[in-house]
Design a binder for this molecule. Structure first.
Ligand code: AMP
Length: 147
């Protein structure tokens, strides 16, 4: 089995996310690897489904969304024992940003769910598929129960 040194968990905060996160953690422990986590704010959606209630009375909505995303990633990172400088929240296209972060941080395994926020209908989610095609390292697509 390949001995991975630095594993990147792509977290979308979907209902299935904890299963993907647990798998990434197990792999990190088994490989004695560093575990990092990334979340991409996908073109700043005007919805609170992913980040919880956001009430933009004033100020910059995009900054509020980023702040909500940072809180969510830090809660998940705490559960997984991931230190702050191994947590990234970026804005853009998830499939490209996940790969960019992986390239810039010498990641040798990216862990994604086989589907996420875009639902069961797509089976291998568009993000998982995009990461698989663009990545320069190994990618594990964690098969989710309903696939
Ligand atoms: P999807 O393409 O939305 O079905 O998502 C498939 C998998 O890609 C998810 O289970 C996550 O691991 C990952 N993913 C999707 N969207 C994001 C995102 N915005 N940030 C980080 N990872 C993501």
């Amino acid at each position: 089995m390949a001995h991975y040194k630095h594993i990147l968990l792509a977290a979308d905060f979907s209902d299935h996310g904890h299963h993907v996160a647990n798998k990434a953690k197990e792999l990190a422990v088994a490989n004695q690897a560093q575990l990092s986590i990334v979340h991409i704010v996908d073109n700043l959606p005007i919805t609170d489904a992913t980040y919880g209630p956001i009430i933009p009375f004033d100020g910059d909505l995009s900054e509020q969304i980023m702040e909500a995303a940072r809180k969510r990633i830090s809660t998940l990172a705490e559960k997984l024992d991931i230190v702050e400088d191994k947590q990234w929240v970026e804005v853009g296209s998830p499939k490209f940003e996940i790969v960019r972060i992986a390239d810039e941080n010498e990641i040798d395994l990216i862990v994604v769910g086989s589907h996420g926020r875009h639902g069961l209908a797509l089976l291998l989610g568009s993000t998982a598929n995009g990461v698989l095609h663009n990545a320069h390292c190994d990618v594990l697509a964690v098969r989710l129960k309903n696939d």
